[in-house]
Design a protein around this ligand. Sequence first.
Ligand SMILES: Nc1ncnc2c1ncn2[C@@H]1O[C@H](COP(=O)(O)OP(=O)(O)OP(=O)(O)O)[C@@H](O)[C@H]1O
Length: 374
Amino acid sequence: MALLKLQTQQFRNLAPVALSFSPTVNLIYGANGSGKSSLLEAIAYLGLGRSFRVNRHEAVVRHGSPSLTVFGEVSDNTEHSDAPTPLKETHRIGISRDLGTRETRLKVDGERVRNLSAVARHLPVSVIDPGTFDIVTGGPGKRRQFLDWSVFHVEHGFAALWQQFQRAVSQRNKILRNGRIDESLLRIWDSQYIALAEQVTGARRRVFEQFQPLLESVIADVDVAWSGDLKFEFFPGWDRKADLADVLMSHRDQEAKMGHTLYGPNRADVRVKYQGRPVAETLSRGQQKTLVILMKIAQGQLLREHGRQCTFLLDDINAELDEAHRQMLAGKLRDLGSQVFITSIEPPRPELLWRDPMPDFKVFHVEHGDFTEE
Ligand SMILES: Nc1ncnc2c1ncn2[C@@H]1O[C@H](COP(=O)(O)OP(=O)(O)OP(=O)(O)O)[C@@H](O)[C@H]1O
């Protein structure tokens, strides 16, 4: 999968022109405030349905405009197991949001679709920007998000399962929030909640078990001194030795006091330890960054094993990574055959990122939201 064309309307400061990208490498450069990050943000908007920089949709709509539209054409090289050769087709995907009516319109190949997942599945985007490094330094939520992104792209039906699960959580929370708990009603929702929690956990565990050996081999490949003492573990969100039903039963009072669900997939984590202690406490900032890059690469490999390709968006990596790390990342992404977008303030020097073989690339210069291909 690769984004071949993009057109935006009223998206931050981006001019409404149609851009055609390389399915391999796209190098975007321009001064501070010119629109580099906004372009990556618009691409990610199609693949995630939201901004990777801000939580409020209002922030990305051009100041003074009532709505935005992002439209893209993607190549789909999904390998169908029953097809003699990979099928290559293109799909047109679009998202528009109206701030006034709060309406979101989603389209795939000209047809309206209801769920964001129907759009997002066509463009798996993986962002590497200064915020990405929170995957190891931040709380479990970041790591759940990281794992679930793979699960969404690898496990068919996960998006629908996740929605059902969230509905069960919110019903259960409503009952727990009610001063006097209706035990019989809670029991009904508990059984739904437990069944869905087991399914969510099963999907996560299956994907984690495929991801872990890929990550270990990517780490072994770069041969860093600290790699031998790293351990990765999937934590489902409750004590694995106990049944979730028993855990809920024995913590009834605690949950009632807090007024919400405390055990289950919403507490899951991918625990990463170095010499038995969390990496955030033990590895240096530089080592943590290397680790996150390797996790992202392993995630790209995982998708590729499932016949899907990620589009990587590298924003402002010059500020975060030294030249050796940039080369390592760029080389691995080339070997993965992924589409890559890289932003920089200075004119790009691809010869510093790749020696033999140099991938095909396009260079774009941006000024005041206007992109020119060079
Ligand atoms: N909603 C909006 N409507 C219009 N313009 C906006 C909006 N949000 C941000 N901008 C402006 O868009 C411009 C581009 O911002 P962007 O973050 O994409 O720049 P950049 O090229 O990545 O800069 P830097 O190198 O400093 O990170 C900025 O001048 C910013 O003030």
